[in-house]
Ligand binder design. Structure first.
Ligand SMILES: Cc1ncc(COP(=O)(O)O)c(C=O)c1O
Length: 382
């Protein structure tokens, strides 16, 4: 049977409130126009300006712009020159990019579960998974809430581990007043269109280590060396960011504080309207943390008689778009079929994957739309 909606059905539905739309200010236009007028499309001054401005914003010495957040993680792990078979601890509940970066470096991802409230990796579990082969740990700042980097860095120091932050979802988030991305050995960002600062596609690695920075620049650019052109001593990638994208990034950084304020305003509006609902768990903000609420996630209580997928379907019928939460790495067929993570279970990740989803949180969202989203949620749950 053909289940495509007919035009009549579509017309009857309320217009869909999208989960995320970027906010591109008109300050981008002169910069992009400069690229077009001068012909500096690929390389150019905006790449360095973007690197400088973002690394300054996060208080690090070096920034190396790359083509996306996954590439940032890949070159960051590769920059460490870990021996094949080294173990890198990552959360199970995250984007697959984290595991891919570890595997591509010839290393083994070791999973930990996450905290049921912040949704970030459980630091108790990190310590229990450290083995003589562990060389690095990858904290992922989830949905805008930071990992407690004070405690993680102490663990890393005790056991001699490198720390690679994945701050793709947490631009401007803070741990006791210090911005994430500059709190480990390497900090990785994505600037995909749904991120707080966007370049359409884009990424960056931050570090205070000059050797890492040199190696990151070489890895993103086909393994080119600074001392001799067309002379290669290792396999690199083409992970370059274009000048056009960097121009957008420079303009976006000018607005980052207002983007973060808007995200926090959206979160405050949702909290105010949804806090009396006993059927959903709302995002938290630890007293030492600044949560930038990249996306506003909800987790259905066990007594709600349907799962997140069903709830998403019902909200869509009411004109509200949502996205499901990640499915844990230990539940991914691509890894299971390779014999990875066999018989491992992570109850919090599994619960989040089935009961969690995020609601419209884009930078163009209006209070009226927030009211409509909350009305739809409340009506469905009552
Ligand atoms: C936590 C996290 N890390 C890495 C990435 C990968 O970034 P990209 O899509 O730019 O490759 C994402 C993507 O959204 C992400 O959420």
């Amino acid at each position: 049977m053909n289940s495509r909606p007919v035009a009549r059905d579509i017309a009857r539905r309320p217009s869909l409130i999208s989960v995320s739309e970027p906010l591109i200010g008109d300050n981008v236009l002169p910069l992009v126009r400069e690229c077009l007028n001068t012909g500096w499309l690929s390389d150019g001054r905006f790449v360095q300006e973007f690197e400088h401005k973002w690394s300054s914003y996060c208080s690090t010495q070096y920034g190396v712009a790359v083509s996306n957040g996954t590439a940032a993680l890949e070159v960051a792990v590769a920059a460490l020159r870990l021996e094949p078979g080294s173990e890198v601890i990552i959360p199970s509940w995250t984007i697959i990019s984290c595991a891919i970066a570890v595997l591509k470096a010839g290393c083994i991802p070791i999973l930990v579960d996450c905290d049921p409230e912040t949704w970030c990796m459980s630091l108790d579990e990190v310590e229990s998974k450290i083995s003589p082969r562990t060389r690095a740990v990858m904290p992922v700042h989830m949905f805008g809430h930071p990992v407690d980097m004070r405690r993680l860095n102490m663990l890393a120091k005790t056991y001699g581990l490198f720390v690679i932050e994945d701050a793709a979802e947490a631009h401007g988030a803070e741990v006791v007043g210090r911005r994430v991305g500059g709190l480990g050995d390497l900090g990785c960002f994505s600037f995909y269109a749904n991120k707080i600062v966007t370049t359409g596609e884009g990424g960056m690695v931050l570090t205070n280590n000059g050797e890492f920075a040199d190696r990151l620049r070489s890895l993103r650019n086909l393994g080119f060396r600074s001392d001799r052109r067309f002379f290669h001593t290792e396999i690199g990638h083409n992970y370059r960011l274009t000048n056009l994208q960097a121009a957008i990034g420079v303009a976006q950084i000018e607005r980052v504080d207002s983007h973060i304020e808007k995200k926090r305003w959206i979160a405050a509006c949702y909290r105010e309207r949804l806090k009396r609902l006993s059927q959903v768990v709302l995002p938290v903000e630890r007293e030492w943390a600044k949560n930038v609420y990249w996306m506003y996630g909800l987790v259905l209580h066990d007594d709600v008689p349907f799962d997140a997928a069903e709830f998403a379907h019902r909200l869509r019928e009411r004109g509200v778009d949502t996205r499901p939460f990640f499915l844990g790495m230990h539940e991914q067929p691509v890894f299971r079929s390779r014999g990875l993570f066999e018989r491992e279970t992570y109850p919090v990740s599994e619960r989040l994957a089935r009961r969690g989803f995020y609601i419209p949180s884009g930078l163009t969202l209006t209070e009226l739309q927030i009211d409509r989203v909350c009305e739809a949620i409340i009506q469905e749950l009552n």
